[in-house]
Design a protein around this ligand. Structure first.
Ligand SMILES: *[C@@H]1O[C@H](CO)[C@@H](O)[C@H](O)[C@H]1NC(C)=O
Ligand SMILES: *[C@@H]1O[C@H](CO)[C@@H](O)[C@H](O)[C@H]1NC(C)=O
Ligand SMILES: *[C@@H]1O[C@H](CO)[C@@H](O)[C@H](O)[C@H]1NC(C)=O
Length: 310
């Protein structure tokens, strides 16, 4: 019974010394701005976390840590290490009390093998002014608004923060309406049509979606209003249809591309009593650009194509 109590006490004291180490606040950095070497998070054991030896720090665990100040302050050094585990001293009749590189020492009146590796690098320091992460993407605040946050980066290593999180709330969808495309924005690209109509997006601020009404009537007497064009060869007989086109400038590739978004020839749209259709978009809450649902790509600008029909 005594033995068990003693064992529990030892475990408790070792645990306490662990906690003491990991919750001590690092000193304030000597220099302003980015701490030298960046700010690493705590070492965390990967895998099962089971120690394969019972004492002496003889087992090995693989640990990793994350550069929490990246990309604001890039880190130097390794993001992984192997470390010992179970640091209580081995008892007779084992030949060795501690395994390399640990040595017997007394911490809080208990003999252990040490020094126990720290969970926070000993060179870690707290930046003189709080470091914040980049803005997160927006998410719904559940109340019709949209919110994004910046986190204090060093809170997880015990550094004080001027504010733990900075949040910014918008009561309208954070994507500003996409603008009209000009052909001069498409230098070097040969486009299949001319600039036709630009109609502004109708934005639904609660869902962060938008639609643009596209016409599907050719006005044959005025050649400059040809919104629909017979699809090229390949669509014959019953499959023949006229397509309405959108031309967009994509945000990532910076390319202007045209897409047939709907079939003008067939089908009435009950909302409009004609073949008119909405082209739909969804706000990209990370980039604040509109994703054209038809392609899934972010766009900067658009127009409805107006075709010269030969
Ligand atoms: C640890 O990181 C180094 C590079 O820094 C890499 O070469 C090595 O494979 C990594 N080890 C583990 C166990 O992840
Ligand atoms: C369609 O394109 C022609 C150029 O070919 C242009 O003159 C005309 O204004 C355009 N129509 C509309 C509605 O923008
Ligand atoms: C959504 O917000 C934008 C920007 O404030 C505004 O122009 C637009 O009219 C709003 N949409 C609706 C449906 O209220």
């Amino acid at each position: 019974m005594m033995k068990i109590l003693q064992y529990i006490l030892v475990l408790f004291l070792v645990l306490c010394s662990f906690l003491n180490e990991s919750f001590a606040q690092p000193p304030t950095c000597a220099q302003a701005g980015c701490p030298t070497g960046g700010v690493w998070g705590e070492w965390k054991t990967i895998g099962s976390g089971q120690c394969d030896m019972e004492c002496g720090g003889c087992g090995t665990l693989v640990q990793t840590r994350e550069c929490i100040s990246d990309p604001t302050c890039p880190c130097t050094g390794s993001s992984n290490r192997t470390t010992g585990c179970n640091f209580n001293a081995c008892k007779y009749p084992t030949q060795k009390v501690c395994c390399n590189p640990y040595v017997p020492m007394v911490v809080n009146k208990v003999q252990i093998c040490g020094p126990i590796p720290k969970t926070i690098d000993s060179s870690a320091c707290c930046p003189q002014s709080t470091l914040y992460s980049e803005w997160s993407g927006y998410s719904s605040n559940g109340n019709g608004g949209w919110v994004r946050t910046r986190r204090c980066l060093t809170a997880s290593i015990g550094c004080p923060c001027a504010a733990k999180d900075i949040t910014e709330t918008m009561d309208v969808c954070p994507c500003p309406a996409a603008i009209g495309l000009e052909n001069s924005d498409c230098e070097g690209t040969s486009l299949p049509g001319n600039k036709g109509f630009f109609r502004a997006m109708a934005i639904d601020n609660a869902t962060c979606t938008a639609k643009v009404l596209f016409y599907a009537e050719n006005q044959d007497t005025t050649p400059s209003f040809q919104f629909c064009k017979p699809m090229a060869s390949g669509y014959q007989g019953a499959m023949k249809f006229d397509g309405a086109y959108i031309t967009v400038k994509e945000s990532v590739s910076k390319q202007c591309v045209a897409h047939t978004v709907f079939d003008c020839t067939h089908g009435q749209n009950p909302d409009y009593g004609s073949a008119r259709q909405d082209v739909t978009f969804t706000c990209n809450l990370q980039t604040k650009k509109w994703i054209m649902d038809f392609t899934g790509n972010d766009i900067d600008s658009y127009y409805q194509g107006n075709w010269t029909i030969n």
